[in-house]
Design a protein around this ligand. Structure first.
Ligand code: IFM
Length: 452
């Protein structure tokens, strides 16, 4: 019996994503300023094998070749981020024309190949000069972000219409909570809550600046990485437990964005550690957006348990045999479906993107020069099917970006983890090789669907 073929909605946007610091290299060329990730990766002992993003995939110099590869794969869209210190080296002040020119050329090349550019304004590479003034602890950084956004929008919005403000703000916060991520600080809870507030404010200001300055009708949204909760069974008890667990883990971000206020229960619990906010801030933060991008890689299993705690739930450990990726993340494709559903049930989100999903595995180049990453194909296939389930239940998911186009600098793990569907041979002048998964993805894109 042949398996059914599942067709995605017409015009579904299949893409790949990357981020500036992870691929560009050219860390000090053309008057680029220092970022917190330059500083952090240059600090001995911070990154696996002492790796840095100094050269990375050398995309700054090889972008045209990379766009040609995207075109060969048949990508409909490419999500990339802009390096703030490339545009405004000190974070505030004069724009750097050479930095802008790079993204100008990249956008032109994408459009020449009919690939839609999705621009993320902030994917973690804060100018070090702003960190020296307090970084995200300082509310001024949110206003500096708005100024920077304006410069980028003035330059690119005659061609770019899809804008993403911040990528995974919770990971920005990690950099202030633990020492394994830039800037590598350890701040108390009260400061952390202020940082979250300042990031949310930056997002809201960004939305307003994009709307107010774009030359072509823009679509604007945030990219967030929710903590995904998956019910252990379909029982009403486990479903209710998942709702509570989801709220406790995610509401601090979502309620301000979609309801204009911090959740009362959590606000009370934080008592002495609440951030300083104004009514005006909350209005800005909750400025309506056109879409939400969700970055989802895994999820936690939750079940009801009235013996354990007052909320009647517990997180369930995965069985020992549950497969993991090279990052040590459990593989559970249901994360896509439940990740989307939790948000769609609660908030009025007009459109969703899976703005990142993918997997790291220890790829090897085989004797014939190819990379047979069938494990990545299996992973992607199962996660696409989970997305299909969400679409078939009426969730307005309109696109999916595989992380990542190419192997790249995986932050603290350096180049030791490979997420790409294009292999980068770091020992051989960053030579690119399409992995088997890239050819498989090409087929999915062409057919706009997948066999179950
Ligand atoms: O590489 C990162 C990316 O920068 C943000 N999302 C998760 C990816 C994999 O860890």
């Amino acid at each position: 019996m042949t398996e059914p073929f599942l067709l995605f909605p017409d015009g579904f946007i299949w893409g790949c994503a990357t981020a500036s610091y992870q691929i560009e290299g050219a860390f000090d060329e053309d008057s680029k300023g220092e970022s917190i990730w330059d500083r952090f990766s240059h600090t001995p002992g911070k990154i696996t094998n002492g790796d840095t993003g100094d050269v990375a995939c050398n995309h700054y110099h090889r972008f045209a070749e990379d766009v040609n590869l995207m075109s060969k794969i048949g990508l409909k869209a490419y999500r990339f981020s802009i390096s703030w210190p490339r545009i405004i080296p000190d974070g505030i002040g004069e724009a750097n024309e050479k930095g802008l020119a790079f993204y100008d050329r990249l956008v032109d090349k994408l459009l020449e190949k009919q690939i839609i550019p999705f621009v993320t304004l902030y994917h973690w590479d804060l100018p070090q000069a702003l960190e020296d003034k307090g970084g995200w602890r300082n509310k001024d950084t949110a206003f500096a972000f708005a100024e920077y956004a304006k410069v980028v929008v003035n330059c690119l919005s005659d061609r770019v219409t899809k804008w993403m403000t911040l990528n995974e703000a919770p990971c920005v916060v990690h950099g202030y909570q633990r020492e394994d991520s830039a800037p590598g600080a350890r701040e108390p809870e009260k400061v952390i809550n202020q940082i979250i507030h300042n990031l949310l404010l930056a997002h809201g200001l960004g939305v307003q600046v994009i709307r107010g300055n774009a030359k072509k009708q823009p679509e604007v949204g945030l990219v967030h990485n929710p903590s995904v909760k998956i019910p252990k069974t379909n029982s009403p008890e486990d479903t209710a437990a998942v709702k509570t667990a989801w709220f406790d883990a995610n509401a601090w971000w979502f309620e301000p964005l979609y309801r204009g206020k911090y959740p009362e229960k959590l606000w009370r619990e934080k008592r002495n550690d609440i951030p300083q906010i104004t009514d005006e801030d909350m209005k800005i933060i909750s400025t309506p957006t056109d879409f939400l991008g969700l970055n989802i890689y895994t999820g936690n299993l939750v079940e009801a348990d009235h013996n354990r705690n007052s909320e009647g739930l517990k997180e369930v450990a995965y069985p020992r045999e549950q497969p993991k990726t090279a990052m040590g993340w459990y593989i559970n494709p249901d994360c896509i479906y439940y990740g989307l559903k939790a948000v769609a049930e609660r908030y009025d989100v007009k459109k969703f993107f899976i703005s990142e999903n993918g997997c790291a595995f220890d790829d090897v180049v085989s004797y014939d020069g190819n990379i047979y990453d069938h494990y990545r194909i299996n992973y992607l296939k199962d996660h696409f099917l989970s997305a299909y389930r969400a679409v078939s239940e009426g969730i307005n998911l309109v696109g999916y970006f595989v992380w990542s186009l190419m192997d790249n600098f995986e932050w603290t793990r350096g180049y030791s983890k490979r997420f790409g569907i294009v292999f980068i041979d770091y020992n051989n002048s960053q030579k690119r090789i399409l992995k088997e998964s890239a050819l498989w993805y090409k087929n999915i894109i062409e057919q706009n669907g997948i066999f179950k």
